[in-house]
Design a protein around this ligand. Structure first.
Ligand code: 6CS
Length: 344
């Protein structure tokens, strides 16, 4: 009789432990903070919302998204992430080169292609992103999740330009976190002005700067076409963004939650790459529709030649800064060759 009782008690206790274990795994829920350098309807917002929906559909965790401006400037966000105030960071690569020098890879002039199919292949298959940058991000307290394109860089100014001579003395705003952007616009003949996004609108209105560069989807969304007179395609660059996590937070996640975060990043990466194919056409299409008088210039190959020559100095300067910079640039060039050969 006693034996049967102890067996019954054992079974009840076992069931109770299992129930606690299962419910504690499922009931374990946290709110994770995700800040980014753009708004919810901008490319970084498309990525963040897709990331959030995947996390919340596949766990009890929730993601609180902080669009640019809600927690300060884009320049503050990497610090807040490193301090553990934020768990996730969506950051424009143009804000990162000052902290992670190798990230100026993505602002180098005349390196990334403007062809969206090649870019799509590159951002899906790049070895520099998959195999080299994660360890570099780790050295800076971050866990790299994704890097994606947002559109070809277009230059908006008050007067047209067709050569580096035309840019002589022109104060051109560049994103504030990239030594390479400063070197680029110096090499293009201009006087670069590193400036956070929050100060640019006022600087254009007061002629504190003579121009700036951004992708057309951003130019249109934030009315930069109505604050300048002409948009020029030089073909020199592409706007890109990254998504990363605070490394300590990521390392302390359960294996289950690490897999969840990586799966959410892969899902969001897929979503934004589909969108990225359309952003340039969408951006310039809306500018033409909403601002028909706005002048749009595409530099010819011969007009681009002096800018491309100047860019070679900047590329060499980047590679000379460190062995790591040279390694990532060499791999980037190999990745881009593969993208050119395989993009369909
Ligand atoms: O020019 C800038 O600073 C802003 N441009 C874009 C496309 N995204 C956010 C960034 O802060």
């Amino acid at each position: 009789m006693e034996k049967i009782m102890s067996l019954k008690v054992f079974k009840v206790l076992l069931a109770g432990c299992l129930l606690i274990a299962v419910t504690s795994m499922n009931l374990y829920a946290e709110e994770w903070k995700y800040a980014m350098g753009e708004g919810l309807s901008d490319p970084q917002g498309i990525y963040a919302v897709a990331f959030k929906s995947y996390i919340e559909e596949n766990s009890r965790h929730t993601i609180k998204i902080y669009p640019v401006g809600s927690l300060g400037e884009e320049t503050d966000m990497m610090e807040q992430t490193n301090a553990g105030i934020l768990q996730f960071l969506g950051q424009s690569t143009g804000y990162m080169g000052g902290t992670i020098p190798e990230m100026d890879l993505f602002t180098l002039p005349y390196v990334l292609p403007t062809d969206t199919k090649q870019l799509d292949y590159f951002f899906k298959n790049s070895k520099v992103i998959a195999n080299m940058l994660p360890a570099i991000f780790n050295q800076h307290g971050l866990e790299l999740l994704s890097i994606f394109p947002e559109g070809e860089m277009a230059v908006t100014t008050f007067v047209p330009f067709h050569s580096p001579e035309d840019l002589k003395g022109k104060k051109m705003r560049v994103m504030p976190g990239s030594p390479i952007l400063v070197e680029t616009y110096k090499a293009f003949g201009a006087s670069p002005v590193p400036m956070s996004w929050g100060d640019l609108i006022g600087a254009l209105k007061t002629n504190m700067v003579d121009g700036q560069e951004n992708p057309t989807v951003w130019i249109e969304a934030y009315d930069l076409d109505n604050l300048t007179k002409v948009l020029t395609y030089t073909g020199h660059g592409h706007f890109n963004a990254s998504a990363s996590a605070n490394k300590k937070f990521f390392d302390e996640l359960s294996e289950r939650d690490k897999k969840l975060v990586r799966a959410a990043a892969a899902h969001a990466h897929q979503i934004i790459l589909i969108e990225a194919q359309k952003l340039d056409a969408y951006g310039v299409g809306r500018i033409v529709r909403t601002n028909p008088g706005y002048k749009i210039v595409t530099l010819t190959e011969s007009e681009r030649a002096p800018f491309k020559n100047a860019a070679k100095i900047v590329q060499a300067s980047f590679a000379s800064k460190s062995a790591s910079n040279k390694k990532v640039l060499d791999q980037m060039m190999a990745d881009l060759k593969e993208a050119e050969a395989n993009a369909k």
